[in-house]
Design a protein around this ligand. Structure first.
Ligand SMILES: [Zn+2]
Length: 112
């Protein structure tokens, strides 16, 4: 693992990101590593085992300009999602976005 990989600022608020290991016996993610924004507490996935690729995943998310999928639906920007209280998001590529839209149309057709 490379501890020196620099972390980009938080994709949501531009705050400083930091990586740490969850050390809480009550937490199901105990022992895993996670990257969290100090400002808005947006967090990366939790990584166990080799704990590799976490910085890269965070940094990719930080520079991605794709749409974002949260539990309540699609957001055009990460900021919109945060404003709606969602911080656990999946980036959606243009192809996935197209597929989602097509499914949406198809469902609408069935229910019409
Ligand atoms: Zn933040």
């Amino acid at each position: 693992m490379n501890d020196t990989t620099p972390l980009l600022p938080c994709p949501f608020c531009g705050g400083e990101a930091h990586r740490f290991t969850i050390e809480d016996d009550q937490d199901p993610n105990h022992g895993g590593d996670v990257i969290v924004c100090r400002k808005c507490e947006a967090c990366s996935r939790v990584e166990f085992g080799e704990k590799e690729g976490l910085e890269e995943a965070w940094n990719q998310r930080a520079i991605s300009d794709h749409a974002w999928l949260g539990q309540a639906g699609l957001y055009r920007t990460r900021l919109e999602a945060v404003q709606n209280g969602e911080q656990h998001l999946e980036p959606v590529s243009p192809e996935q976005l197209f597929q989602l839209a097509r499914n949406h149309v198809r469902e609408a057709g069935i229910h019409a």
